[in-house]
Design a protein around this ligand. Sequence first.
Ligand code: LLP
Length: 430
Amino acid sequence: ARGVTRSPSGELEVAGIGVTRLAAEAGTPAYVFDEADLRARARAFADAFAGWQVYYAGKSFLCTAVARWVAEEGLSLDVCTGGELAVALRAGVDPARIGFHGNNKSVAELAAALDAGVGRIVVDSTIELERLSALAAERGVRAPVLIRVTVGVEAHTHEYIATAHEDQKFGFSLVTGEAMAAVESCLAAPGIDLRGIHSHIGSQIFETSGFEIAVRRTVGMLADIASRTGRELPELDLGGGFGIAYTTLDDPAPPQQLADELAALVRAECAARGIGVPELSIEPGRAISGPAAFMLYEVGTVKPVTLSGGGVRTYLSVDGGMSDNIRTALYAAEYSATLANRASDAPPVLCRVVGKHCESGDIVVRDEFLPGDIVPGDLIAVPGAGAYARSMASNYNHVPRPPVIAAADGEWRTLVRRETVDDLLALDVG
Ligand code: LLP
């Protein structure tokens, strides 16, 4: 995050507040957001994609404060469950600027979305289409719908977060004709107002080639729809998935470059296919929330382990782990770590930052060289913890989930309070 600096004594600061103070006042572990940084990233997308609708993907991280921040910076909001929808509505987000995703929205969730008047619902199956049409007809309204299509590209990312290849659960295939059949069902359904099509090829993507194929195929689909039905659908959503740097080796394209490339490509394809340029939208999540927060942990134990091949690795156990960030264990995601409360001149040693959970896969940062004098009580910061960390947190081993705090202008406040063991016990009613 941009507001993160080092004080003269080597202590990490965010928005002018030292991590030692944050740890003393908020406790550890904690997700620490830099409010100005998150707002700036949201604003950068809104500015770069001027004329587009930019939906912040709430699944990456959502609470009422963040929903308000992104709305204030000019973004719309993508939700994918009734729970996320409830947060958006509680935050006062204009329902017309909410998009609703998901491959198995319940009848209750669809009804809630219609009753709230969300701006669009992205439909993922024929059964959902029928349900939604019936619910809308009951209410005497027409549901604004995008059809989610899969364009058949192999996005270069982890298998669990790639979404446009065959044989996965999302969308209607463009390649097999299922997507065109879904469009025809929409046009025939009384409760459906078909607005356009939607493609999301995957997440943590750096190469634009996947998006280029998606643009070609989705614009091709819009042209096919126009020639078959005589209707030019007005909207095209290209989804999210823009990668961020978790380690210094990554190099994501700035939003402006992405915007210029995608817009030029859409214009060229529409011209080639003889249709008008639709209203465009995207759904970045990680690129806005990810870099805007770091995780603050306290070191509890330091254990040198002699490796059979020679050498030593130092295991630094921190007071959280896979319950507050599952990404390393789940996707072999790479993070970095830094000693946060002080400077050190000690020679670096090979470390692994691990959590407090009862399994050896409970790794926060697999490989990191850190100063050799780290002791219990030192603070460790892990950048890039704003996306898919708190939002995927669990209570594994009955560990209460950490708070989300935000720093701005030399002050900090709690956005989501720390869970307590009593919170967990309150659920146990047997
Ligand atoms: N739009 C749709 C339809 C999506 O499914 C997603 C992410 C996004 C937008 C936002 O993608 P982003 O810009 O944040 O990459 N838990 C995984 C990521 C799962 C992404 C799911 N969908 C992770 O931690 O990497």
